[in-house]
Design a protein around this ligand. Structure first.
Ligand SMILES: C[C@@H](N)C(=O)N[C@H](C)C(=O)O
Ligand SMILES: [Zn+2]
Length: 236
């Protein structure tokens, strides 16, 4: 079933997230199929997934609400574009390593609650050593995230040997390191790290993904197929 037909058939309800004038409509779809999403593994069974929010190895320090399994769902045309990126990279001995895809609205709510709890500083040394926690919401963690609209992905690149062994490229920071060093064009990174970020950006742009300048790992497919509707079905 096409995404357009699903939207026409779906009733959408307003959610009170973010600012009143940009509150997203949240689809009542309860499953990926009902929302027009597919698992990237249906298109590329052996793609490398490292879905951090389904584990406690993330900036919250706990499994995030709405992530019941380490899976990657995207709107179908977005997943197809990502499949093309992966296949082109494989021809050059590179592969993607995916950290996050569709993010349920309830997961974003968990991030917002965590960001507001300034007493909890447990993950500061690893994820935001130089930033005050009160500054994370906005530039580094969105209160209304594009991830919930099914066209945004967090990912990096790996270089692979003919043996099949792959190693992540040095991007200058780890995923979700909230710091100016993570800004894609940071002047503080080495030439090799810049080259690695550019390689990822070139591969993604070729298939219609645009980088978010604050975070080298964050890409959104353009034009967004579901620009005005967010989703909240669980990842499982
Ligand atoms: C939290 C981080 N991985 C991310 O995706 N940040 C952007 C700004 C977002 O939350 O949409
Ligand atoms: Zn992201």
């Amino acid at each position: 079933m096409s995404v357009t037909r699903i939207f026409l058939g779906a009733t959408v309800i307003a959610a009170s997230l973010g600012h009143a004038d940009d509150a997203p409509k949240v689809s009542p779809a309860a499953t990926p199929a009902a929302a027009g999403f597919v698992s990237i593994q249906a298109l590329v069974p052996d793609i490398r997934l490292d879905i951090r929010y389904a584990t406690s190895a993330n900036f919250v320090g706990a499994r995030v609400d709405g992530y019941e399994a380490p899976r990657c769902f995207l709107l179908e045309p977005v997943a197809e574009a990502l499949q093309r990126v992966e296949l082109a990279l494989r021809a050059e001995q590179f592969r993607l390593r995916i950290f996050d895809c569709y993010r349920p609205v309830r997961a974003v709510g968990h991030f917002v609650r965590w960001a507001g709890d300034l007493d909890d500083q447990r993950t500061k040394p690893l994820f935001y050593p130089a930033l005050d926690k009160s500054k994370l919401l906005g530039d580094y963690i969105a209160a209304t995230s594009g991830h919930s609209r099914g066209a945004t992905i967090d990912l990096t690149l790996m270089r692979c040997e003919s043996s099949g062994q792959c190693a992540s490229l040095d991007m200058g920071t780890e995923f979700d390191f909230f710091d100016a060093l993570a800004n894609t064009e940071s002047p503080e990174i080495t030439p090799r790290q810049r080259e690695n970020r550019q390689r990822l950006r070139a591969a993604m742009e070729k298939e219609g993904f645009r980088n978010y300048a604050m975070e080298w790992w964050h890409y959104t497919f353009q034009p967004e197929p579901s620009k005005d509707v967010a989703y909240d079905f669980p990842v499982k």
